[in-house]
Design a protein around this ligand. Sequence first.
Ligand code: ATR
Length: 271
Amino acid sequence: MDHYAVIGHPVEHSQSPLIHQAFAKQTGQALEYSRVLAPLDGFAATVAQLRAQGYQGANVTVPFKFEAYALADRLSARALNAGAVNTLSFLPDGVVGDNTDGIGLVQDILHNLQFVLPGKRVLLLGAGGAAEGVLYPLLEQGPAVLCIANRTHDKAIAMATRAQKQHGELRIEARSFAELAGQTFDLVINATSSGLSNEKMTLPAGLFAESALAYDMMYGRETPFMAYARQDKVANIADGLGMLVEQAAEAFYSWRKVRPLTLPVIKQLRT
Ligand code: ATR
């Protein structure tokens, strides 16, 4: 039996064991997947312990994604782009760090929500770790424009400037929330942590183009961003549950080389 875990602090809320056990059952893989609470100053020691116990890999959640990046002996291209790691593979010759958050978001948007990304006007709200994690996979889809807006404008500018260097062919903009007034977008993604604290964002009204998709990367309850979209009469509003399952599927694939079906698991979690 192979062993995997999700490492976090806190971690008891994590749905990852449910998701990976559902994938394992569906694909006939024999594995165990558990939650591991690491002390805030004990991430590296926890990883060392799991490796010593023969674990094959782990997912990494808040607040250890940057530490996981620093700890990995080798990094995938998408981990390098994100500057953070959510998936570790424990190999005989070292620890490989990967990041499946961004591809998880893109898969959910493209396949589950059937939203075509290329050529669209995309607004990414936030310039923290969560936004960084999804920026490059979004850019790889070739949006007509990708606008990064953040409460602290300077952070949006820094992020857009860095991304523009790598994607000179694309239009990447940085805005303060106030500067969004009068603009419309086909897809608005909330990658801020405002939903966690249930805080409102001071966004101007009328940001959504016709048939726009409003996507909150949080899941579990209606966030102020989702309520804001509802108020603006947006018909397509999604939470981050699909992204959660898709990022897990990508991690499962990289560990087991088998791709699980995600829709049944998303449905199972929703009920
Ligand atoms: P995470 O890893 O979740 O991205 P983070 O790196 O601390 O966490 O980033 C939090 C993001 O949410 C930032 O973009 C933050 O904006 P600031 O850079 O201005 O702090 C954003 N954020 C948090 N609460 C917010 C709120 N109430 N309104 C708008 N933005 C908010």
